[in-house]
Design a protein around this ligand. Sequence first.
Ligand code: G3P
Length: 218
Amino acid sequence: MRFFLDSANVAEIREAWEGGLIAGVTTNPSLVAGEGKDFHGLLKVIAGIVDGPISAEVLATTAESMIVEARVLARISPNIVVKLPVTAEGLKAARTLATENPQVATNVTLVFTPMQALLAARAGADYVSPFVGRLDDIGQDGLKLVDDICRIFALHDLSCRVIAASIRHPVHALKAALLGAHFATVPFAVLRQLLKHPLTDAGVERFLADWNKSGLPR
Ligand code: G3P
């Protein structure tokens, strides 16, 4: 499993990328709105930092207008992955793009059932994004969804990649990795939690203190 940063914040993206923590970025309209910056301009800045997939979501709601938007987004950078909702229109757009513009990768998002994921993969999506946390929020098992999708894709030899999304804490990421998700997209705070352990910090401090006490040169 590889990590994407689920963020539209340039400082976070730069830190995560330069720190070697992520393979790419996912954004969504809420995250972009939170930054209050011009969408396409922001994507250009992100593409200047990150040499990996950058998911950018369409705002259109009809297949025809999604395709137009997707083509505009894809022109911003070859790393742009167009995010489409798992609606009838979204899958129609995914199918058209897979057929007519196969160089434009798609990430079908807002996936809450295994069959939505299977339909998205069959429509030609390159990635699907099951939302773990939002299912947990309504008393369902978000990780079971990731498990089901990974097993179905493996059983039927589908090349569509699974991005465990709506990851809220390190255990979500751990379990997604154990279940075979290809990617997890995580907020910056969770990414930091994944790296941190108090015994690691204490260990670094103790090694240094012992060395310094010994009088050995550095
Ligand atoms: O980017 C999609 C997804 O990761 C959103 O997560 O926390 O808003 O449910 P969340």
